[in-house]
Unconditional design. Structure first.
Lengths: 344, 287
C-alpha cells in the first residue's frame, strides 16, 4: 500500500520526502468493520459444510485504526495430497483476479475459519497468523461457530495475536524466565477485537422492505428453546478432555523440575568430592583439579519444556468455561420464564 | 408477445412450469446489490449468473450468485463467457452441488437484450430462471421478480420468447436468524451478546402476550367482534402448556436449575485452577 494513501488523516501537509522518510507509526487496530454480505457468506459456507471445519479468505481495506472487511471467498476442502497445494494457490489467484474484474477490493486482510464449540486455539492457528503477518501488515482471523447459531447467538469473533506474543514466538523461547520478563500470561496471546457491522444504503433499503411483518422472528424461536442439554454435554466433554491435556502438560513440568533438582544434587555431590580431592592434592603439593568438568554428563543443562502448549490449552479451557457460563445464563432466564408462565 | 386475431400462436407450456416456483436466499440479494454498487461507471445494469439447486418438488432454490462483466449497447450485448466459466469452476470447487439455475439483471422489467442473454443461458441449463432486481426503486419499492421464458412459435417457426412471471419465495430465514437489525442498519456498533439477545427475544414475547391479552379483553367487553379462528388458536396455544401438577413442575424446574448451577460451579472451579496452575508454572524459579 502506498504510504501517501495511508496518510488519510493528516492535519498538516508534509513534503513527500518527509513522509517517505518517517516511519509511520501504525495506529493500533481498534475495530473490525464487517459488511453484512461477508457475514452471510461466512455463515452460509460454514453451515453448508458443518461439521467439518472450513476456511476462507477475507478481502478488504486497512484504513487507520479500522480494518474494513468488504468481501470474502471460501477455500475448497483440501485433501492431503501434495499436488493439491499448487491447485490451492491457483484457485486463490484465479478468484482474486476474477473478483478484481468486478471491482471488488483485491486486498487480503486475513482469513476466516469455522470452529466446533470454540476449540480453535491451536498451534496451527498461530503458525498461520505468523505466515500472514509476514506479508500483510495487519490481518485478523474471524472465527465463526455454527453450532451456537442453533441457540440464536451469532458467535462471530475477530482475533489477532498480540505483538508481545509475536516477538516471543519468533524467538521461539518459552521458558519461565522469558515469560516473567515480559509479564506475559495466557490471556495475552490472543487479542479480541470488537466487530462493527456496516451495510450499504442500497442493501439496507432492500432489507427494510423484505423484513417480514411478524413481530417474532426465527431468531426468537431459537433463543426461547428449552433444550440445551446436548450443547452443554458437548461443552463439558471437551472441557474434560482439555483438562486431561493440561494435566499431562503439568506432569511434564513436574518431571522436568524433579530431574533438574536431582541433577543439581548430583552436581553438589560431585563438587564436594572434587573439593575433598583438591584438599588432598594440596596437602600432597600437587596442582588442584578444576572445579568444573563440562564433559561430565551431569553438568549438561536440561532443556526446559515449552509452555506454549499449556498456554493454548488454558485458553481453550477458559473459552469453554465462558461458553458454559453464557449458556447457563440463558437457561436460567428460560427456566424462570417457564416458571412464571406456569404460575398463571 | 403480440397475438394476432387470425393466426393462432402456439404456447408450448411444459407441465413443469405450472408448478415452478423459486426461492431466493438473502445472500443472493446482498451479492446483487454489492455488485450493483461496485459496477463500472459506464454500465447501466449488472448481469450475473445464479447458482443453486433444484429441490425434489420442483422448486428452484437460488443460493448463490456472481456477477459477469458485460458490454451492452443498443445493437448488441456481449457477455464475458470465459469469465463466467472460470468463476463457475472456482465456485464448484467449493460447492460441487451448486449448479447454474439461471441469471439475474438489475433494473425493472425485461428488455430486448435480455432475451439474447436468456437464450445463451438456456444453452447452459434447461429452463433457466431470470431474476430481475429493481435497484432503482422505480415503483417506490424494490421489486424482485423471477421469470421463465417460453418460446412462441408460429407453426414451425420460432418468433419470440415470452417471459412469464413465476412465484418467488422471498422468505429470508437465514437473515432472520442473524437478526434484521444487523442487516438493516447502515452501521451497527456491536454484535449483541448472549444475554442481550435473550432480553430482546423476551421483550418480543412480552409484546405478543400483551397483544393477545388486549384482544381477549376487547372481545369479552364486546369492543371487537370475536373471530372463532383466532379464539381456537389462542385456546390451542394455552392448551399446549403441559398439564403437570405444581409440585411435579416445581421439582422439574428446580432440578434443571440445580444442574445448571452445578455446571456454573464447575466452570468457576476450573478457572480458579487455571490461574493457580499458571502462577505455579511461571513462578517456579530454577535455583
Amino acid at each position: 500500500m502506498d504510504k501517501l494513501e495511508l496518510d488519510g488523516i493528516p492535519t498538516t501537509t508534509r513534503s513527500f520526502l518527509q513522509v517517505a522518510a518517517t516511519e509511520e507509526a501504525a495506529p493500533p487496530l481498534r475495530v473490525v468493520q464487517i459488511e453484512g454480505l461477508v457475514i452471510l457468506k461466512i455463515i452460509k459456507h460454514c453451515k453448508d459444510h458443518s461439521p467439518s471445519l472450513v476456511t476462507g479468505q477475507l478481502l478488504g481495506l486497512d484504513v487507520g485504526s479500522v480494518l474494513e472487511v468488504t468481501n470474502c471467498f471460501p477455500f475448497p476442502m483440501r485433501e492431503e495430497d501434495e499436488e493439491i497445494e499448487a491447485d490451492g494457490a491457483n484457485y486463490q489467484l484465479e478468484m482474486m483476479r476474477c473478483l478484481r474484474e468486478v471491482n471488488v477490493d483485491n486486498n487480503t486482510v486475513g482469513w476466516y475459519q469455522s470452529t466446533l464449540l470454540g476449540s480453535f486455539q491451536t498451534v496451527e492457528l498461530i503458525e498461520t497468523f505468523m505466515n500472514y503477518q509476514e506479508n500483510i501488515r495487519r490481518c485478523v482471523c474471524i472465527i465463526y461457530d455454527p453450532s451456537r447459531s442453533d441457540q440464536g447467538v451469532l458467535a462471530l469473533k475477530a482475533l489477532k495475536l498480540s505483538d508481545s506474543f509475536m516477538e516471543l514466538y519468533r524467538s521461539n523461547n518459552f521458558t519461565g524466565e522469558k515469560l516473567r520478563e515480559k509479564n506475559l500470561s495466557w490471556v495475552d496471546i490472543f487479542e479480541e477485537i470488537p466487530i462493527k457491522v456496516s451495510n450499504s444504503a442500497l442493501i439496507s433499503a432492500f432489507m427494510t422492505e423484505l423484513e417480514p411483518d411478524t413481530p417474532v422472528t426465527q431468531c426468537d424461536y431459537d433463543r426461547l428453546q428449552l433444550s440445551t442439554s446436548s450443547l452443554m454435554e458437548r461443552n463439558v466433554e471437551f472441557l474434560i478432555e482439555c483438562m486431561d491435556d493440561l494435566s499431562l502438560e503439568q506432569q511434564k513440568f513436574q518431571f522436568f523440575y524433579r530431574s533438574l533438582s536431582r541433577q543439581q544434587a548430583q552436581q553438589q555431590a560431585w563438587l564436594q568430592k572434587r573439593r575433598a580431592e583438591n584438599m588432598a592434592r594440596k596437602s600432597a603439593g600437587e596442582e588442584p583439579l578444576p572445579e568444573e568438568d563440562p564433559s561430565n554428563p551431569i553438568f549438561k543443562p536440561l532443556p526446559e519444556p515449552s509452555r506454549l502448549e499449556s498456554f493454548l490449552i488454558t485458553n481453550q479451557i477458559s473459552n469453554y468455561c465462558n461458553q458454559i457460563n453464557g449458556v447457563s445464563g440463558q437457561s436460567f432466564n428460560r427456566l424462570y420464564l417457564m416458571k412464571a408462565l406456569h404460575e398463571d | 408477445m403480440a397475438s394476432s386475431d387470425r393466426t393462432v400462436l402456439q404456447f408450448s407450456l411444459s407441465s413443469s412450469s405450472q408448478s415452478l416456483s423459486a426461492k431466493v436466499h438473502p445472500l443472493v440479494i446482498f451479492n446483487i446489490c454489492d455488485c450493483y454498487v461496485r459496477r463500472p461507471d459506464q454500465a447501466d445494469r449488472v448481469i450475473g449468473t445464479l447458482l443453486g439447486s433444484v429441490l425434489p418438488d420442483g422448486t428452484v432454490d437460488i443460493r448463490n450468485s456472481y456477477a459477469v462483466p458485460h458490454n451492452e449497447s443498443i445493437e448488441q450485448v456481449a457477455l464475458d463467457i470465459e469469465y463466467h466459466h472460470n468463476m463457475l469452476i472456482s465456485h464448484q470447487k467449493v460447492n460441487p452441488k451448486e449448479i447454474i439455475v439461471g441469471w439475474y439483471s438489475t433494473g425493472l422489467g425485461v428488455t430486448g437484450g435480455s432475451a439474447l442473454i436468456h437464450e445463451f443461458y438456456s444453452r447452459e441449463v434447461q429452463n433457466p430462471i431470470h431474476l430481475t432486481v429493481d435497484t432503482g426503486f422505480t415503483n417506490g419499492g424494490g421489486t424482485i421478480k423471477a421469470y421463465v421464458s417460453h418460446n412462441l412459435s408460429l407453426g414451425d417457426r420460432q418468433i419470440a420468447a415470452q417471459f412469464q412471471e413465476i412465484p418467488l419465495d422471498l422468505r429470508m430465514v437465514e437473515a432472520e436468524r442473524i437478526g434484521f437489525d444487523m442487516l438493516k442498519a447502515t452501521a451497527v456498533d456491536k454484535i449483541p451478546s448472549d444475554l442481550e439477545g435473550m432480553e430482546a427475544s423476551m421483550q418480543h414475547l412480552l409484546v405478543l402476550i400483551d397483544d393477545i391479552y388486549k384482544y381477549v379483553d376487547d372481545v369479552v367487553e364486546g369492543r371487537v367482534a370475536p373471530d372463532n379462528k383466532i379464539g381456537r388458536f389462542i385456546s390451542d396455544a394455552v392448551g399446549s402448556l403441559p398439564k403437570v401438577s405444581p409440585p411435579v413442575f416445581d421439582k422439574l424446574v428446580n432440578d434443571c436449575l440445580q444442574d445448571h448451577l452445578l455446571l456454573l460451579y464447575l466452570s468457576s472451579i476450573t478457572r480458579t485452577q487455571l490461574s493457580l496452575a499458571e502462577k505455579l508454572n511461571t513462578a517456579a524459579q530454577i535455583l
